[in-house]
Design a protein. Structure first.
Lengths: 158, 185
């Protein structure tokens, strides 16, 4: 699979199996059984430019996820995050959605996450903040889609 | 900590103490021996996985096999069940858990995140180092946030509170939208 080094990727799939993982086998992979401190330590001593997270963020709180992403940025590293959790799609720049047949949808985050009907049809749904803001567009309350909860809340209530 | 001593019908547990089930290289057909067809239908698994090794299954299917394996027990304990499942499946399983609980069975969901608990569990416990640190029946309970992240709709409610907006505690997006629309118009 062709990966551009300037992007952070989120791979969405409801069938995270060996076949899918094999597509990224040229990069070092970190599995889902690490806690925050173990992961941080591992990344601090990592030498590769790209790291693959296999459901790794399931164990982390939102703040810890941000810390890990900041750490990667400081170390000039990029990631490929494989997950079935649509909320984690917000963490990347480029999203690839797999269904049983292969790649179902791909593109930059702001393009893919606007594909409300397609993502709901395959069962992923949308991240809460994206879903809420798209619905508020239908209600004519907003005229843009939000990817950040703080920004949405601030624009909505201030 | 004996999970069976916890109160409730569908119980949410926030904890790091419990290990996920791992049947390693066992074949699925050796794990599910009772009422295979009915169990698989209920957990949305295809019979084709019967001849596969547990370790070869996608994460979501592993959790479905673990559930199918326990379906006929009086008490069902699932650890990190939401890992590897997409939203549509999570919604399906929430309603399945309610149906199962109606037959008098107890379901205990040990999770690191609270998304599976929303509109599903009737009591939440925090268990660390073999001790109950906290318990509540309310997913909007402020103390819970010390132990795990809230579902996003609950987080949205608290961010509104921080700005002085007191909405009702909605757990469904449709109802929340109507409430926002009423305020904004």
């Amino acid at each position: 699979m062709k990966i551009k080094e300037e992007y952070n990727y989120v791979i969405l799939s409801n069938e995270i199996n060996r076949l899918l993982l094999a597509k990224f086998s040229e990069y070092p992979m970190i599995d889902s059984d690490m806690n925050y401190n173990e992961l941080k330590m591992k990344l601090e001593f990592h030498t590769s430019k790209i790291v693959v997270f296999n459901n790794t963020f399931y164990n982390l709180r939102d703040e810890e996820q941000k810390e890990i992403l900041d750490l990667l940025k400081r170390q000039n590293m990029h990631f490929i995050l494989i997950t079935s959790n649509i909320e984690e799609a917000l963490l990347g720049d480029y999203i690839i959605v797999f269904d049983k047949k292969g790649i179902f949808l791909e593109g930059l985050k702001n393009e893919v996450l606007k594909e409300e009907k397609k993502l709901k049809k395959v069962g992923f749904g949308l991240p809460f903040v994206v879903d809420l803001s798209i619905q508020l567009n239908y209600y004519d309350i907003f005229k843009k889609v939000y990817f950040d909860m703080n920004e949405l809340v601030s624009d909505l209530w201030n | 900590m004996e999970l069976s001593s916890l109160n409730g019908r569908i119980i949410g547990v926030i904890s790091d103490d419990f290990k996920e089930y791992d049947y390693q290289d066992k074949l699925v057909k050796d794990l599910i021996t009772k009422k295979v067809d009915a169990s698989f239908k209920m957990v949305k698994l295809d019979n084709s996985v019967l001849n596969e090794k547990f370790s070869d299954l996608p994460l979501g299917d592993k959790n479905k096999v673990i559930l199918a394996n326990q379906l006929h027990n009086q008490e069902i304990i699932l650890v990190n069940f939401s890992k590897g499942l997409i939203k549509k499946d999570l919604d399906y399983f929430k309603s399945l858990f309610k149906k199962i609980a109606n037959y008098g069975k107890k379901i205990i969901l040990v999770e690191k995140r609270m998304d599976l608990f929303l509109n599903c569990v009737d009591r939440i416990y925090v268990i660390n180092e073999d001790e109950i640190k906290y318990e509540t029946i309310d997913i909007f309970d402020k103390t819970l946030g010390l132990y795990a992240d809230y579902p996003k709709i609950v987080e949205f409610y608290f961010k509104g509170i921080d700005l002085g907006v007191r909405l009702d505690q909605y757990t469904e997006l449709d109802e929340l939208l109507k409430a926002i629309y009423r305020i904004k118009s």
